[in-house]
Write a protein of this length. Structure first.
Length: 330
């Protein structure tokens, strides 16, 4: 196995080990900033959600197609019509759902969006159990319940008096989260069969066609009164969507999924902080407590052995003053 040449201070090996972490940090930064940027576009233009989702997916598809054509052209050309249809149907859940997410974000706050989307690990775990891909355990069920309670606590604290906890936009975000969970569960075997690059390129391509045709009636809304900053923001959202995919794949080549999942817990935190700092969205104590409950529940679902180990430790730990008396020595 070829190794990097050692240096007197070991900087070569150290810099190599930092590359996956740097890629993972890039994923956190990009995903945390995309949602506030989309909200900014809605606040400062008349862009419709389906139009923004169309631009986002088309830009992402063009970047993915170019890279797949360079790195895995043979796999892309070997797909049959049945393979394309299968990938298109699964892509509808994961990529076309960006339009549902955009509709939700237009009618809700970034803070609410981040809190509800934080239920993704719990929803994915529950759907995986329903589909028979996994089995339900006590730590997982407690983690799912804790996340749901935390989300309700956070949304209730932020909801105005005499109004329902879930607004119309929140329901769209909840639907988007459920669709993304189904996409993750159903696409696991497909990715192993066709490869990461080919699978995502076809999913983005098929969804971009649907969104492009669907957004034709609103195609002029981005050009009518949009400032250069709004145009640049739309391009950034599309490029960030494709860049996140590439950076996440690079980090997974060297880091464990548990490490990647742990860093992903930073995304809703950073998103909420950006919304508070840049968009002046309110952030109360109830929202913070509920958000921490969502993250704790998600981590319990992702790594249930931690909760099992903690429960085992507290079960075996002796109560204060309950130690058995020592036998007197002769």
């Amino acid at each position: 196995m070829h190794r990097l040449p050692a240096t007197p201070n070991g900087t070569a090996g150290h810099s190599t080990s930092l590359v996956p972490l740097a890629c993972l940090l890039g994923v956190v930064i990009l995903l945390s900033s995309v949602t506030p940027v989309i909200k900014y576009v809605f606040q400062h233009s008349h862009v419709r959600p389906i139009g923004l989702a169309s631009f986002r997916v088309v830009i992402g598809f063009l970047m993915l197609f170019a890279m797949t054509w360079l790195w895995d052209r043979r796999g892309l050309l070997s797909l049959s019509g049945r393979d394309l249809l299968q990938l298109a149907l699964i892509g509808f859940l994961g990529v076309f759902s960006y339009a549902v997410a955009a509709w939700g974000l237009m009618y809700t706050s970034v803070v609410h969006y981040a809190l509800i989307y934080g239920l993704l690990p719990s929803m994915t775990a529950g759907l995986s159990v329903i589909c028979g891909h996994d089995r339900m355990t006590v730590p997982k069920s407690l983690g799912i319940l804790f996340s749901l309670v935390g989300c309700v606590v956070a949304l209730s604290a932020a909801a105005p008096q005499e109004e329902p906890v879930l607004q119309v936009g929140d329901l769209f975000v909840l639907l988007f989260t459920a669709m993304m969970s189904a996409h993750i569960v159903f696409s696991s075997g497909v990715v192993k069969r066709f490869g990461v690059m080919v699978t995502n390129t076809v999913m983005f391509g098929s969804s971009s066609l649907l969104l492009t045709f669907g957004s034709i009636p609103w195609s002029d809304s981005l050009q009518e009164d949009s400032s250069p900053l709004v145009m640049l923001s739309v391009v950034y959202v599309g490029c960030a969507t494709a860049a996140v995919f590439l950076l996440r794949c690079r980090s997974l080549q060297s880091l464990s999924p548990a490490t990647v999942g742990t860093y992903h817990n930073l995304i809703p935190v950073c998103t909420v902080l950006l919304a508070y700092a840049c968009l002046n969205e309110p952030l109360g104590a109830g929202t913070i407590v509920g958000g921490l409950m969502v993250l704790a529940g998600a981590e319990a679902v992702r790594r249930p052995q931690l909760l099992s180990s903690a429960a085992l430790y507290w079960t075996k730990a002796p109560l204060p003053g309950s130690e058995a008396p020592k036998e007197p020595t002769a």
